[in-house]
Design a protein around this ligand. Structure first.
Ligand code: PNS
Length: 173
C-alpha cells in the first residue's frame, strides 16, 4: 500500500471487530456510500484479550465485504493493523476516520479518542455515523456474553460469524 496525502474520499473504519456485528455492517455500508475507497482496519488490540485471533477477525469481516462493495461501487479493503490509528490512517492515505455512535454511552470514549487523534493529526477528520435504530444496542461484547450464556445472537451478527462464534463459545465435546 503506497503512502500518499490523505483525501476525504478515502475513509478508514477502525475497530477490534471481535467479532463483526450487524451494527458494524450497517456503519460500513452507510460510510461506503459516501466514499470512493474504504479501508476497514482491524486492530490487533491484544490487550483486550480478543475471543478471535486477528486473522479470523479479518476473515470474518472480509467475508461480508463483497456484497457491500458491489452495492455501493466503493473499493473496500480489510487490513489488520497494530500501533497508532493515525499512523495507519496516514499509511493508507485516509482523510477520514469513521466511527459509529450508539446512544450516549459511547460518547465519552469517542470524544476523547477523536480529540486526541485530532491533536496528533489535524489533517485527518473523525466522522461519526449514528447507529441505526435497529442496531443501537448491539456490541461485540454483549454478543459474546449472550452467546456464552446460551442466548440467540442470530439477529446480531452475519451468518458466518454466528457459526464461528457458537463454535468458539460452545466447543463440541
Ligand atoms: O472497536 P473498538 O475496540 O472500539 O476500536 C478501538 C480502536 C481500535 C479504534 C482503538 O483502540 C484504536 O484506535 N487503537 C489503536 C491505538 C491508538 O491509536 N490509540 C490511541 C487512540 S487516541
Amino acid at each position: 500500500m503506497s503512502e500518499h496525502r490523505p483525501t476525504l474520499g478515502v475513509g478508514l473504519y477502525p475497530g477490534t471487530f471481535d467479532p463483526i456485528t450487524n451494527g458494524h455492517m450497517d456503519i460500513i455500508a452507510r460510510s461506503a456510500r459516501m466514499l470512493r475507497r474504504l479501508v476497514v482496519g482491524v486492530a490487533r488490540n491484544a490487550g483486550k484479550g480478543p475471543l478471535f485471533p486477528l486473522e479470523e477477525r479479518v476473515e470474518l469481516v472480509e467475508a461480508e465485504m463483497g456484497r457491500i462493495a458491489e452495492q455501493t461501487g466503493t473499493e473496500i479493503e480489510v487490513v489488520p493493523f497494530s500501533g497508532l490509528l493515525i499512523d495507519f490512517a496516514r499509511e493508507v492515505g485516509a482523510g477520514v476516520i469513521v466511527r459509529g455512535l450508539r446512544a450516549v454511552s459511547d460518547f465519552d470514549y469517542e470524544i476523547q479518542m477523536a480529540g486526541l487523534n485530532y491533536r496528533l493529526a489535524p489533517d485527518v477528520e473523525t466522522v461519526f455515523l449514528m447507529a441505526s435504530e435497529t442496531h443501537q444496542f448491539i456490541s461485540s461484547r454483549f454478543v459474546k456474553e449472550i452467546a456464552t450464556l446460551g442466548g440467540d445472537i442470530s439477529s446480531f451478527v452475519p451468518k458466518l460469524t454466528l457459526e464461528r462464534t457458537l463454535a468458539r463459545v460452545r466447543p463440541q465435546v
